[in-house]
Structure formats: C-alpha cells, structure tokens
Design a protein around this ligand. Sequence first.
Ligand SMILES: C[S@@+](CC[C@H](N)C(=O)[O-])C[C@H]1O[C@@H](n2cnc3c(N)ncnc32)[C@H](O)[C@@H]1O
Length: 260
Amino acid sequence: MNTGKVYLVGAGPGDPDLITVKGANAIKAADVIVYDRLVNKKLLDYAKPLVKLVYCGKLPDRHIIPQEEINKILVSHALQGKTVVRLKGGDPSIFGRVGEEAEFCVENGISFEIVPGITSGIAASTYAGIPLTHRDFSSSCAFITGHKRTDEVRKDIQWDKLATSIDTLVFYMGVGNIGMIQEQLTKHGRSPNTPVALVRWGTTEEQETLVGTLQDIVRKVEEAQFRSPAIIVVGEVVKLRDKLAWFQEKGASMVKLAHA
Ligand SMILES: C[S@@+](CC[C@H](N)C(=O)[O-])C[C@H]1O[C@@H](n2cnc3c(N)ncnc32)[C@H](O)[C@@H]1O
C-alpha cells in the first residue's frame, strides 16, 4: 500500500473566510482531519462526508491529547495510505508546534506539506483597527509568547532588549500573565504611557477589544474580567484604533442595540 501524506494547515484566526484556498483544498481532499480548539468548526463543512474527525484541542489548563500522541495519530493514518490534514488555528508555525509534527513525519518517512495561515497576531489587531506597522509610528514588530511555563519569569525572553528595541510587541497566550509582561517592559525602560490593546476572539462575532496603557492595563483587565484567547499589542500603533476601528465588535453592537 502506498503511504499517504500529511498536510499541516493553518486554519486562520477565526473568520472562516480567512483560510487560504490551498488550506480549503487540503480539507476537501482529507480522509482524516485532526483539529484544534481555536479552529472555526465551519471549516469542517469543506470536508468529504465520510471524513474521520479527530478533536485534539488543548484547554489552557491541560492538554486533551499529548503532543506525542497527536504526532502518532498523524503518522499512523498516513502509513495506512490516508490523506491527513492537521488543522491548526492561525498559522501553524507561530506558536503552533508545527516543527515537532513535521519532524516526526520526517523521522517516519512520511511526506508532508505546510500550508501557512493568517496568524491571529496580525489578523486580530487588523480587525481591531491596529496595523502593526505604520510609517509614522512603527517600523518593527515582534511576536512573543506570554505563556507562563512555571511561576518564574521566562528566562529565554531578553526583556532588557525587547522592551525598547522593537516598536510593536505582540504577545500570544499572555492574558493570564499581563502583570508580569507590564512589569518586565516598564522595568526595562518602556514608557508606562505606552498604549496597549487586548483583542479577544479576533475576527469572529465574539471579538472584543480592551485598550489602556502599560500603566493601567492590568487593572482594566481585572475589572473587565478579560479572558483568553486574546493577543496583546503594545506600542504607539494602538492609538490608530480610534480612527481605524472598522469591524463591528461584540460590545459595540450591544451598545447599538441598547440605544435602538
Ligand atoms: C497556541 S497559540 C496559537 C497561535 C496560532 N498558531 C496563530 O498563529 O494565531 C494560541 C494563542 O493565540 C492567540 N489567538 C488565537 N486565536 C485568536 C483570536 N481569534 N483572537 C485573539 N487571539 C487569538 C491567543 O493569544 C491564544 O492564546
């Protein structure tokens, strides 16, 4: 029997229209789809009727299926000759562990393709009216994990360099760690007046944005009980939202209804 193939596909940030044509075609061709929690389930409508669906979403506090197990699921189906799609939120190479899955394919002689997706750091900020670069405000941008591995501050982030050398900072998985992020950035020289935005469930009907500064964002997050999944954008570009917010957000539409 011929071996199958694994497609490691970015599903995009939430709005189902933001998947690539190549990604949608891979879903249409799949015999098996292994998908995550942040993948919009509407994308599964592209699939063949008899497709095998495997949910392996991770919750913030625990992994439903360990990564090693996911790797084995991908490879074992491919060894049976199946076309396997590993559908991951956003872009698979941005905090998506695609490297580990691709390495496992290589180690087991399985051919694979990586189909990029639109990462939430770009999409959620854009939908919130915040372009990450702008000729007047930002000529550099970084994607950073805000995930807390232990109670300690992550040692592999060089906060002293990060805090002031890059104009726009985009943190993923950082909501629960916003206090540490604020503390590290201001301690290493970023102005407390730097604008900050959190965008939750970006590009979906549930999108909500919270804006503040490094000085007051921790209090605002607590007061609003703002929860993940959200990206955190730090930098002067956040100010552009006042002019450029174009997407009807959850809170905004509620206000409109209340006045209707
Ligand atoms: C494990 S990372 C995966 C990132 C993904 N590979 C990507 O490119 O967007 C999960 C984090 O991505 C961010 N995220 C994913 N989807 C989001 C969305 N629709 N709106 C805001 N943040 C999102 C959140 O910070 C969340 O905690």
